[in-house]
Design a protein. Structure first.
Length: 316
């Protein structure tokens, strides 16, 4: 009888803890999205087969596709400071990748192949011409793969602070598969995601990794990225896929084969970026490169003037 009462008490406590955690998760989501910072009445929608893709389009001239860094809090707002300057020379498309920002966030495993297909389909359907592409961070590998698969859709590629080739080639192992299983759980997985994408965690990432000058990181920017991380039906699904290496892809062979012009831009204060660029040039000696002063991972936010000058030089 005592054992039965203990089990019943344990069951009640477990159920209460689960219910309380679910309420906390719901409150965090409502709080993160309450400011409605990412609403955009002028936005376009590409109805892709795996979910609707949010993008903006402005300007006149040769098409230029801007792809943000692939992360749980990533979105096309990464390019907002530069679009007004770029639209005088190009028709600028800035997309939110599937699972990011204002695009749909279906509950699925996001893979590199999914994004390679998405980028190619978007260019075919919404742009309809060969296009120049600028991709940031981990999205650089996706742009390279997409260009290798369908070179007729791409003109010139600019990669901003791409991942090292070793990082690109990582694949899910036993530990990452177990962690993804945990993250996919409804309550505890969502709680782990909320901890990893808290406002404080995003702020630390920006001040330590993304910006050379941590004092230039504005609270409004953190609020925007915090909202971006928590919008949609299943925002944790992309986080689980990225964290567990499902979106990585080995790009050594595509780098060797690509005949398109490639230009790599590095933030001057990004650790080991010079070595990473040399690594890319080892497999494709035609790759050109330069560095943006006073910047780290996101020069489009930290030093947009110098990055604009570099873009104009390369895409002449």
């Amino acid at each position: 009888m005592k054992t039965k009462n203990k089990l019943l008490t344990l069951l009640v406590l477990s159920a209460s803890a689960a219910a309380a955690t679910a309420v906390i998760n719901k409150c965090i989501k409502l709080s993160a999205t309450s400011k409605n910072l990412l609403s955009d009445t002028k936005a376009h929608c590409y109805k892709w087969r795996f979910g609707n893709i949010h993008y903006t389009k402005t300007g006149t001239g040769k098409p230029l596709l801007l792809i943000h860094n692939l992360s749980a809090h990533g979105s096309g707002v990464e390019w907002n400071q530069m679009i007004n300057s770029l639209k005088d020379h190009y028709t600028v498309y800035a997309i939110d990748l599937l699972g990011c920002g204002r695009s749909e966030k279906p509950d699925l495993t996001y893979t590199n192949y999914l994004y390679v297909q998405m980028i190619s389909d978007f260019i075919k359907s919404e742009i309809g011409h060969r296009t120049n592409v600028i991709a940031t961070g981990s999205s650089s590998a996706l742009a390279v793969m997409a260009c290798n698969n369908a070179p007729e859709l791409f003109d010139q590629l600019m990669l901003i602070n791409p991942d090292s080739l070793l990082m690109c080639s990582q694949i899910p192992n036993k530990h990452s598969k177990v962690y993804k299983f945990i993250l996919d759980l409804p309550i505890i997985g969502t709680l782990l995601f909320n901890i990893a994408t808290s406002k404080q965690a995003i702020k630390e990432e920006f001040t330590k990794d993304y910006f050379s000058n941590p004092y230039s990181v504005k609270n409004s920017l953190i609020d925007t990225y915090y909202e971006s991380a928590h919008l949609g039906d299943s925002p944790k699904s992309l986080y689980a896929s990225v964290t567990c290496n499902y979106t990585k892809c080995n790009i050594v062979n595509p780098l060797k084969k690509i005949d398109n012009s490639i230009y790599i831009v590095g933030g001057k204060d990004v650790e080991n970026m010079e070595d990473i660029i040399h690594e890319y040039q080892r497999y494709n000696p035609a790759i050109e490169s330069s560095f943006i002063n006073n910047s780290k991972y996101l020069p489009q936010l930290e030093n947009p003037a110098e990055l604009l000058h570099t873009i104009q030089m390369f895409f002449v």
